[in-house]
Design a protein around this ligand. Structure first.
Ligand code: AMP
Ligand code: MN
Ligand code: MN
Ligand code: MN
Length: 284
């Protein structure tokens, strides 16, 4: 891959909790003059074919990298593992993602039952309607709660009901990190630890996570995302060096907003090895 590409390796569509359709995301990537975009919906690869077939009708080039963001569980934390540049048609991967969807359904019904006990009836149906074709996430529950007027905003929905150990929290049935890594690698992808600075881990626990991730076959970690403080950014870069992990960068784009944009502000230390170093762009 040539240097100085504008690249974003973490984004969502309405196939999970993103606001845009795959087409709209591709259009936006063009407007932001991206050269490459990984689509990494939560536990689904449903957007990839749609995005690629739309891209084929476009004049401006854009390399669409097949990806996924897999939810895992580690010491009670929800840890997200990105699978990048994988074969999104891999039968094993698709079977595993189907079990993730089932776990999401199950959790959604249990969350809805807990909300009913708190006096908020029938949220499952509202969340499902908001999710539409997409994977059901807690974001949809948060939006449904806001719409009902049960909370004032997304943040309060998590603080009061959906966040860890809050009133409607249900322990999710996610796989362990090594399982997710093997799903990704068996589908030919690279396993990359998503947003290491967002788990609310102390430095000691973050190091533990990185050691475990690398020992489990993980190949890379996100070393930057928009709004990451410069000292944290330096810290993440030094961890990547120390633990022998390649570097990835993505906006974690969910919707157009004041603070979030595709491909913006994602540069990192040139001493790091980019995850895309050994990727070959397929012939168009
Ligand atoms: P899920 O994967 O269904 O557990 O949903 C997680 C999604 O909810 C994340 O990808 C975020 O987009 C969103 N989310 C998680 N925690 C919060 C929070 N505290 N405030 C706002 N959104 C959150
Ligand atoms: Mn999300
Ligand atoms: Mn995430
Ligand atoms: Mn994400």
């Amino acid at each position: 891959m040539r240097e100085k590409m504008k690249i974003d390796l973490h984004s969502h569509t309405h196939h999970s909790d993103g606001a845009l359709s795959p087409k709209e995301l591709v259009d936006r990537a063009h407007n932001m003059q991206l050269d490459a975009l990984a689509i990494t919906d939560h536990d689904t690869v449903a957007a990839i074919d749609e995005a690629r077939s739309y891209q084929q009708s476009q004049k401006r080039p854009l390399w669409i990298i097949a990806g996924v963001e897999i939810s895992t569980r580690w010491h009670g934390f929800d840890i997200h593992v990105l699978g990048l540049n994988l074969n999104h048609q891999d039968a094993g991967l698709l079977a595993r993602l189907a079990t993730q969807s089932q776990a999401r359904e199950q959790r959604a019904q249990e969350m809805s039952a807990k909300l009913a006990k708190a006096g908020i009836e029938g949220i499952y149906a509202d969340a499902k309607a908001l999710a539409g074709v997409g994977q059901l996430t807690r974001s949809h529950f948060a939006r449904a709660l806001v719409k009902r007027g049960a909370v004032k905003d997304h943040e309060e929905a998590f603080k009061k009901y959906l966040g860890k150990d809050k009133r409607a929290f249900v322990k999710p049935q996610w796989p362990e990190i090594p399982e997710a890594i093997s799903w990704i690698r068996e589908a030919g992808g690279k396993a990359v630890l998503a947003h290491p600075a967002r788990y609310d881990l102390s430095a000691k626990w973050l190091r533990r996570l990185l050691v475990f991730f690398a020992e489990s076959g993980g190949q890379g970690m996100e070393v930057t995302h928009p709004q990451l403080a410069p000292d944290l950014k330096r810290q993440l870069a030094s961890y990547a060096m120390e633990y022998g992990l390649e570097a990835s960068a993505g906006s974690d784009f969910h919707f157009p907003g004041r603070w979030t944009e595709l491909g913006r502000n994602l540069q990192f230390d040139s001493q790091l090895t980019p995850v895309w170093n050994d990727w070959q762009r397929p012939a168009a």
